[in-house]
Design a protein around this ligand. Sequence first.
Ligand code: NAD
Length: 496
Amino acid sequence: MTLAEQAATLLERMGARMGHGDLACVSPIDGSTLGCVAQASTAQVKEAAAAAHCAFLAWRSVPAPRRGELVRLLGEELRAHKDDLGQLVSLEVGKVLSEGLGEVQEMIDICDFAVGLSRQLHGLTISSERPEHRMMEQWHPLGVVGIVTAFNFPVAVWAWNAALALVCGNALVWKPSEKAPLCALAVQALFERAVARFGGAPDGLSKLVIGAREGGEALVDNPGVALVSATGSVAMGRAVGPRVAARFGRSVLELGGNNAAIVAPSADLDLALRGVAFAAMGTAGQRCTTLRRLFVHDGVYDPFAARLKAAYASVTIGDPLEPGTLVGPLIDEGAFAAMQRALSDARDLGGIVHGGERVARAGVYVRPALVEMSEQVGPVLDETFAPILYVMRYTDLDSAVALNNTVAQGLSSAIFTTDLREAELFVAAGGSDCGIANVNIGTSGAEIGGAFGGEKETGGGRESGSDSWRAYMRRATNTINYGRTLPLAQGVSFEL
Ligand code: NAD
């Protein structure tokens, strides 16, 4: 079977159809075209947002635990089609199969989380300074949530947003990456199946609009979209943030990272090697949390760097659907060009490059690159969305933490150490400035139970677990007077 035939079969099993249109869906596995899909016009995006708004007006009054039932059914559909959707992720964006399946598992996990959450959307009660008064906070549904997603997590990021937003009483419009529309069609079809089994959900509760940047812009500028949750590059966030703010809309921005890890002298080097290798080479370096900078203590640098070089030289690169492959393709030629530019800049600055060369086969395959640098300069300061790990020496932990924090982004970070003091220092207020700071775990592969996101140019948004749900609701403060007098706050007098 060709890849196109495989994609068509998977879509059919999930109840989706490709249709016809002018957006070509290209598989990075071999560069072949999987099919073509139709793109939504700006007018159609507007119609989708209007339909979602009508749905919101009904959905917000459905009791939250009942809303949770729809998300539970969605989780069931995802469980039933985990293999199909996981394979489609591999076909469309080139993830190795276990990562494609892992992404669907993440969707299932957030559905489970959101079902429980649907019975816990709680507010505070607060003591009033006035007698016979009570203050409380309520969290109400917000409105239409516009979800703009990146190519590298073509299904999980939608689920992080959608599962929470739905139990919170909102309606959705999803603009997926133009590089992964088939995954979006499949997810939409599974959602429709859940809606059919649920019975009685309003029409238009979750709309899909396929297209490129213009589709995202139409959501960003639409005053009927209460919250824009946008995942992608810093450049995208720089455009989206001010435009949503200009109309006083809300945004959750989940942008690029330039993540670092420290290997301390006391580190368990076997564990550190696996942690570093997965974080830096996994997903062919195409995760927002990919490890891009490594600071290794001078005392362990030589043996650790030698083992790392051996791992880089021997890692299995190839078809992501083949068992045993650890590194699949880059998404496209643009990613390869950006990688080669960064490597060339690093060489010009004295970097010693190991690997990074193209692997001869259809598609865009590269050997991950390890670059020994004497300083954190030039391309080391940027996120290049490809498998490049810059390795540097350090001698004292304070300076390594300062280097961790020097870059413009603040998503993920890690330290490998068995020294309790070093570990605690790294996660303390004066340690890593990132949204994620790990100990003896790499920078990537977060669980859904925690809030996910980062600081500085990573955008400041939080999605997924903990209390991230609050971003999808509006807070109302209610003061209730159950007495027969009207005392004013702060002792103000106003006698008629
Ligand atoms: P991208 O910025 O090119 O595109 C992301 C999405 O934004 C796409 O759907 C695109 O069509 C849309 N878009 C682009 N410009 C827009 C604009 N001006 N207005 C509205 N929408 C716009 O990113 P990509 O190449 O698909 O993904 C890779 C990037 O995403 C990396 O920088 C990576 O770090 C980041 N990322 C971040 C997270 C996170 O949670 N922090 C997760 C995944 C990916």
